[in-house]
Design a protein around this ligand. Structure first.
Ligand SMILES: C[S@@+](CC[C@H](N)C(=O)[O-])C[C@H]1O[C@@H](n2cnc3c(N)ncnc32)[C@H](O)[C@@H]1O
Length: 441
């Protein structure tokens, strides 16, 4: 079965032998002792385009290593920690359990991305699966707007909207290098009243997105407030009524701010590692920030307006973020690239870019913008790829179960509570999944 799915999906890893060989090579590269190690039958989870390869020691399962079926990379987030494998191996030999902490983590090597400039057409939640793990140095984006009015919205419910963002954030985490930054610009959504007898309401979108970042393995670093001039807020209509009537409790603040939320991918790696171990000290020197930088978390920037796109952010904002959180020559990703503001800012600051956008129209504008920058700023090349025809995902409950347990474990939820939750969620499949559940504890 694995074979036909692999062929249909045009995977790079098409059979179990290949998957095992990739894992064997990975363990060897990580200096993992292969004595008495063998592999169980690899399974393909085609919803996430991965092969799951069980690792056995003296024929007993000690964990699993997950391989990206498209890129052949190891998905370290989904794979068992090598220290845990060592720990379980020792337990089989000695019968004693030793704390994982005893096993030292390997010293991190500085990762340099091999990616070239890319403009990619397609839906980010799918396109991102095509990028190698840990190939991006920094992410800056502003997600699509959630429109509460059904007729203008492409999402059935607000939960659907958040589910899409979660998928993108999850994939972004995979492609981002450990310890590097993901900066997200967003703002609360105003839901206008539908009749005079109703009042308008608001959805605190950035706070819900924050929760997703926390659950998906990011560390919260900063909330930067982007403040626009006062006039920019009156267009929303909020605060107008109070301005006229001045009745108490009808006070509504005119919104002139957006959030620029800063997160860092866990595991936390000392920033010092990136500075000390960078292979080119000249880049570190050249990337230093000059005087006149933003000292507080309130940045005053005028909004941008563009006839071609209703929701562009100002180039000044993208340039500040890129300068503060990346080095020259780094790869900057924008998964909701619009007309390419982030990509252009990256070129301007001698960084590389990956810009993903699903609308054909905005892709065309991005090309125009990049071609103009090519003449105005400095010559550069970029690759364009159309990924808009990638196949849809297939449901896979079993994979979801593994994912759920891993997320809960990362959140430090006690084992008993996780077990209760799993029993509740997977009542009817419990017998079938018993083995999978045991694997995690
Ligand atoms: C807020 S705009 C970003 C604008 C961008 N910052 C700029 O300055 O041009 C969000 C963009 O995401 C795009 N988009 C929406 N859903 C997407 C998806 N699933 N994958 C890729 N792009 C998507 C929209 O077409 C829109 O251009």
């Amino acid at each position: 079965m694995g074979h036909s799915i692999s062929e249909k999906r045009k995977y790079a890893v098409i059979n179990t032998e290949q998957a095992k060989n990739i894992v064997r090579q990975y363990l060897e590269d990580q200096l993992f002792d292969l004595q008495d190690i063998s592999f169980g039958l690899p399974e393909i989870f085609d919803r996430y385009h991965v092969w799951n390869v069980p690792v056995l020691y003296k024929k007993e399962a000690i964990g699993e290593i997950v391989v990206n079926a498209y890129t052949k990379d190891i998905d370290t987030k989904l794979s068992s920690d090598l220290r845990v494998l060592n720990c379980r191996r020792d337990k089989i030999d000695t019968g004693k359990t030793v704390s994982v902490k005893k096993y030292k983590k390997k010293k991190e090597k500085y990762k340099i991305s091999a990616l070239n400039n890319m403009l990619l057409k397609g839906r980010s939640e799918k396109v991102l699966t095509q990028l190698p793990e840990q190939s991006i140095d920094m992410i800056f984006t502003s997600p699509p707007y959630y429109n509460a009015r059904k007729q203008y919205s492409e999402y059935d419910t607000y939960d659907d909207y958040l589910a899409l963002l979660r998928k993108v954030i999850k994939e972004c985490r995979r492609v981002l290098i450990d310890g590097k930054f993901f900066i997200m610009n967003s703002s609360h959504v105003l839901i206008p009243r539908t009749s005079r007898s109703e009042s308008s309401s608001r959805i605190a979108v950035p706070f819900d997105i924050h929760q997703i970042f926390m659950e998906e393995g990011f560390e919260f670093i900063d909330d930067i407030i982007w403040e626009k001039p006062e006039g920019a807020g009156w267009a929303s209509g909020r605060g107008r009524r109070f301005s006229a009537d001045r009745n108490l409790m009808q006070y509504k603040a005119v919104p002139v701010t957006e959030y620029v939320m800063v997160y860092r991918k866990k595991p936390a790696i000392l920033i010092d590692h990136f500075i000390r171990n960078h292979p080119d000290p000249a880049i570190i020197r050249d990337s230093k920030i000059a005087d006149g930088y933003e000292k507080t978390n309130v940045w005053h920037i005028s909004p941008a307006r563009d006839k071609r796109h209703p929701a562009v952010f100002p180039k000044e904002l993208a340039e500040k973020v890129i300068q503060y959180y990346s080095f020259k020559n780094d790869v900057i990703l924008d998964p909701f690239g619009g007309i390419g503001t982030t990509a252009k800012a990256a070129v301007n600051l001698n960084r590389r870019f990956v810009s993903i956008e699903c609308s054909d129209e905005y892709i065309q504008y991005s090309k125009e913008e990049l071609n103009a920058a090519n003449n105005l700023i400095h010559p550069f090349q970029y690759e364009f790829k159309d990924y808009s025809k990638l196949p849809d995902d297939i449901e896979n409950t079993e994979y979801d179960l593994h994912e759920l347990i891993r997320v809960l474990k990362r959140m430090d939820i006690p084992k008993e509570e996780i077990t209760q939750l799993i029993i509740k969620t997977y009542q009817d499949k419990l017998a079938e999944y018993k083995e999978h559940i045991y694997e995690h504890f």
